[in-house]
Design a protein around this ligand. Structure first.
Ligand code: CMP
Length: 132
């Protein structure tokens, strides 16, 4: 089976109708969208999804933001899709993200940074089970 990753188009980007624009970047790169849905994260889902960050000072803000309105989650597949997706989305803080990356083009700040993507196959396994 091809490698898979999970992306979440976050509330700030979904609100600005950037879903099509963001998804097209993955398709143009030759990746396939194998699952997709719009959903509202519950607090329980968010705490599980972001459990690696639960001792960080920004955890409350992270949970509050991801549960604030509808997001779009997708499973994307293709060769080397985990690492290539990290390049397509850019650095975590939009201030540091290069132009042409999703966060560089659309991110507002480190919380409202438009998109999340799995950072490893272990993270993907955990995240996909929370969302799908
Ligand atoms: P994401 O890729 O969804 O994974 C964890 C999120 O935590 C990250 O995007 C940022 O939105 C957020 N984050 C990471 N570091 C910080 C920080 N120093 N302050 C606030 N939010 C952060």
């Amino acid at each position: 089976m091809a490698e898979q990753t999970l992306i979440i188009i976050k509330p700030d980007a979904a609100k600005r109708n950037l879903v099509g624009e963001i998804l097209s970047r993955f398709e143009k790169k030759g990746f396939t969208i194998s699952k997709i849905k719009a959903l509202n994260f519950t607090v329980e889902m968010a705490e599980q999804f972001y459990s690696a960050h639960n001792s960080k000072p920004f955890f409350g803000e992270l949970v509050s933001f991801i549960t604030s309105r509808k997001v779009v989650a997708a499973v994307i597949e293709g060769e080397n899709v985990i690492d290539t997706t990290r390049e397509i989305i850019g650095k975590t803080n939009p201030k540091d993200a290069a132009p042409g990356t999703i966060r560089g083009d659309f991110g507002i700040d480190i919380t409202e940074n438009s998109i999340h993507a799995s950072d490893s196959s272990e993270s993907f396994d955990k995240e996909v089970n929370v969302v799908f």
